[in-house]
Design a protein around this ligand. Structure first.
Ligand code: NAP
Length: 242
């Protein structure tokens, strides 16, 4: 199915894990994809090879998504290389697992900036172009941690809960422009992040980690659907029932 043919997507944190699977799924559905990453060029190139394998155009865009000037440069590069962003997936994120005694103000500032402020800055950078074209899709990748507290430290949980409020605010204000804004809340998905925080699959009622492609499926559904907005889709192996 290539019903996103001709659309331009920007996926943040697409060099690995969930972001890579989302970039691949969007390309297979027909979109051209800008692959944002922070430091891992080689992995970003591997994602671009998947985009090219789907027959779509892709460009690498290195930027720290917590930094507004790097975001401005990145959006300029996407517009020059592929065209205006019509699909934005705010996926880049960092997790920390520290005790309450260890977690610091610096942890708070960094995690909130990378996981939450970034989504605000990126939406601000693209929504007017989407409005002008009368079509746009924004998907923010949150976490089941926002509902359950999870095994990560408070800054991570707060950042992921904050994405819900952010999504609700933009969904309410942008729906008359043809833009939908939704959230996907995964539980433990088998990626580097889950390995780094040393999570165990027995925490999940279904009894296994999720696959990145299972999160990408939910994102793709939201991108294709123009009547779902302001919602959270849980991809969590039964960890939380909404
Ligand atoms: P991951 O494997 O650790 O990959 C993280 C991605 O984010 C990488 O592409 C990384 O780029 C990028 N990134 C990190 N900091 C960045 C920055 N400052 N600017 C730009 N890009 C940055 O993580 P993942 O498991 O795929 O997680 C993706 C998203 O899903 C995150 O928001 C995470 O919180 C959320 N999530 C994950 C799980 C899970 O169990 N895995 C569960 C719930 C929610 P480099 O490769 O260049 O470092």
């Amino acid at each position: 199915m290539d019903d996103l043919h001709g659309k331009v997507a920007l996926v943040t944190g697409a060099s690995r894990g969930i972001g890579r699977a989302i970039a691949q799924a969007l390309a297979e559905a027909g979109a051209d994809v800008a692959v944002n990453y922070f430091s891992r060029d080689k992995e970003a190139q591997e994602t671009l090879a998947l985009v090219a394998g789907a027959g779509r155009r892709g460009i690498p865009v290195q930027a720290d998504v917590s930094n507004s000037s790097e975001i401005s440069e990145m959006i300029g590069a996407v517009e020059c290389g592929l065209g205006p962003v019509q699909i934005l997936v705010n996926n880049a994120g960092i997790a920390i697992r520290k005790s309450l005694e260890e977690v610091s103000e610096q942890d708070w500032d960094r995690v909130l900036a990378v996981n939450l402020k970034s989504a605000f800055l990126l939406i601000q950078a693209v929504f007017q172009g989407m409005c002008r074209s009368g079509w746009g899709r924004i998907v923010n990748i949150s976490s089941t941690a926002a509902q359950t507290g999870g095994i990560t430290a408070p800054p991570y949980v707060a950042s992921k809960a904050g994405l819900w409020g952010l999504s609700h605010s933009y969904a309410a204000q942008l729906m008359t422009c043809g833009i939908t804004v939704n959230t996907v809340a995964p539980a433990l998905i088998e990626t580097d992040m889950v390995r780094e925080i040393e999570a165990k699959p027995d925490l999940i009622p279904i009894g296994r980690f999720g696959g990145a492609e299972e999160v990408a499926d939910a994102v793709l559904m939201l991108v294709r659907n123009g009547y779902i907005t302001g919602q959270t889709i849980n991809v969590n192996g039964g960890l939380y029932f909404s």
